[in-house]
Write a protein that binds this ligand. Sequence first.
Ligand SMILES: C[S@@+](CC[C@H](N)C(=O)[O-])C[C@H]1O[C@@H](n2cnc3c(N)ncnc32)[C@H](O)[C@@H]1O
Length: 229
Amino acid sequence: MMDNRRLFNWTAWGYDFITRQEIWREQIRQTLTYAQDPQGLEEVLDLGCGPGISTFVFGEALVDAKIVGVDVAEKMIRRARAHHLTSYSHLENVKFDRADVYDLPFEAESFDLAVGHSFLYLLPDRLNALRSILEVLRPGGILVLMEPNAEGTVAQALRHVEGRRWLRSPFAAGRFATSMVMWRIVSRSQGQLRKDELEGLFEGAGFYGCHVQPTLGGLGLHAVGKKRG
Ligand SMILES: C[S@@+](CC[C@H](N)C(=O)[O-])C[C@H]1O[C@@H](n2cnc3c(N)ncnc32)[C@H](O)[C@@H]1O
């Protein structure tokens, strides 16, 4: 199987094009609802930031926080930095680093929130990735993931988008539909996750207070866990 760095270097342009749409951005924004006091956050880590769409969403929503987007694929980081310069230069609270989750270039206890939006399922050693994330979280810090649900279907995700949306912006809705089909295909080959599997991984890595619930009409799962304070 192709490793993630090569896969996402190769698909960076297409991924960027297909996920640059409001429905995906809304989905990313939802991960912030798990933080007790989002406006009190100071340092946020966006894991597997891709072309930066998720990082910009956090940068806009959390104006007082510093957000770092990391990705293992150089082409993703290059695209994220280019978008930052051309379309998001007003976001001075955002920056990008090329980094592998297994070897994060940050001091222990640096972040109060880490988010991985469509990320963990891609990794061959999920438990060690979660341990590495736990290390850079501050005591009391939280990790929120959005992952493909092994029990979901694309039809569920499409039903999740109200009819008005399809009529108002058919192009954006069409892009969303395409992105969901692609996500399903890629995640099927990389390994979709189940609720109990995610809970077990979080607990095995040392997180507590873990809970997992469906999102995207059941096509995705939100998984949340805390570092002991
Ligand atoms: C599906 S994309 C998600 C991008 C973005 N978070 C979003 O929601 O649109 C997953 C990203 O994770 C990155 N990735 C995969 N393995 C990684 C690793 N070991 N360390 C850091 N990033 C990784 C990939 O290069 C890819 O850009």
